[in-house]
Design a protein around this ligand. Structure first.
Ligand code: PRP
Ligand code: URA
Length: 209
C-alpha cells in the first residue's frame, strides 16, 4: 500500500501557484504558505486520536470528544519547517512543538544537525513532522531517525512539495510513515532542487535570498 497522500484540493492548487511564482514577494509567500497549511492540516490530522468525555451545552450534557493528554506534537525541521508549523499551530493550538535544526550541506546534499529541542513525553504523543520540501529525503530521514531514537512511535510527515526521489528514499528508509504533501513534482536537478518546485523554501519564507 502506498504511504503517499497527495492532498488534491482546488484551493491548495491555487495557493501553490502563488507560492511557485518567482514574482511573489516574501511577505505574501509567508501568508499564503500559512493559509495553504490550514488546508493541508485537515487531511494530515485525520488520523489523530480523540478521547471521549462529556460537555455541558446550554441545554444538556452530551458525550463529546477532545484531543488526548499528552496532546499531539508538531516537529519543525528548521528553518523552513516553521513555515508549516506556524499554520499547524493555528488549527491545533493545544499541540506541543519541537524543533530539529538540520541544514543540507550544499556540496554533499547531506543533512547536518545543529539543534534539537523536543517536548516531554514525546514517546506518548502523536507526532506530525513538518518540512515544506521533500527533495532527496535526507533531512526527513535524519529527522525521523532522531525521533525514533527518542522513542516516537506514532508519526506522520507533512510537506508542501515532494520530489519522486525523496518519496522513494523515505518510503525505503521508513516504509511505515504516512507521507502527506500538497504536490508531487517531476524530479530533482543536479543541485538537489525540486523541479519545477518553488526554489529555496527557507529563503522564500524569510527573505534571505
Ligand atoms: C531545505 C528544506 C529541507 C531540505 C530538503 O532546508 O527545508 O529541510 O532542504 O532537502 P532534502 O530532502 O534533500 O534533505 P535547508 O537545508 O535548505 O535549510 P533551511 O530550512 O535552513 O533553509
Ligand atoms: N530545499 C529547498 O528549499 N528547495 C528545494 O527545491 C530542495 C531543497
Amino acid at each position: 500500500m502506498s504511504t503517499l497522500t497527495v492532498i488534491d484540493h482546488p484551493l491548495v492548487k491555487h495557493k501553490l501557484t502563488i507560492l511557485r511564482d518567482v514574482a511573489t514577494p516574501f511577505p505574501t509567500f509567508r501568508r499564503v504558505l500559512r493559509e495553504t497549511t490550514w488546508l493541508l492540516a485537515y487531511e494530515t490530522t485525520r488520523h489523530l486520536r480523540v478521547e471521549s468525555g462529556t460537555v455541558e451545552t446550554p441545554l444538556e450534557e452530551m458525550t463529546a470528544h477532545s484531543l488526548p493528554n499528552p496532546a499531539p506534537c508538531l516537529i519543525s525541521i528548521l528553518r523552513a519547517g516553521n513555515g508549516l508549523v506556524d499554520g499547524l499551530m493555528d488549527v491545533m493550538p493545544e499541540a506541543a512543538v519541537g524543533h530539529l535544526g538540520l541544514v543540507r550541506n550544499p556540496k554533499t546534499l547531506l543533512p547536518e544537525e545543529y539543534y534539537c529541542k523536543l517536548p516531554s513525553e514525546i514517546e506518548k504523543r502523536q507526532v506530525i513532522l513538518a518540512d515544506p520540501m521533500l527533495a532527496t529525503g535526507g533531512s526527513t530521514i535524519a529527522a525521523i531517525d532522531r525521533l525514533r531514537e527518542k522513542g516516537v512511535r506514532n508519526l506522520v510527515f507533512l510537506s508542501l512539495l515532494a520530489a519522486p526521489e525523496g518519496v522513494e528514499a523515505l518510503q525505503s528508509a521508513h516504509p511505515e510513515v504516512p507521507i502527506f504533501t500538497g504536490a508531487l513534482d517531476r524530479e530533482l536537478n543536479e543541485k538537489g532542487y525540486i523541479l519545477p518546485g518553488l526554489g529555496d523554501a527557507g529563503d522564500r519564507i524569510y527573505g534571505t535570498e
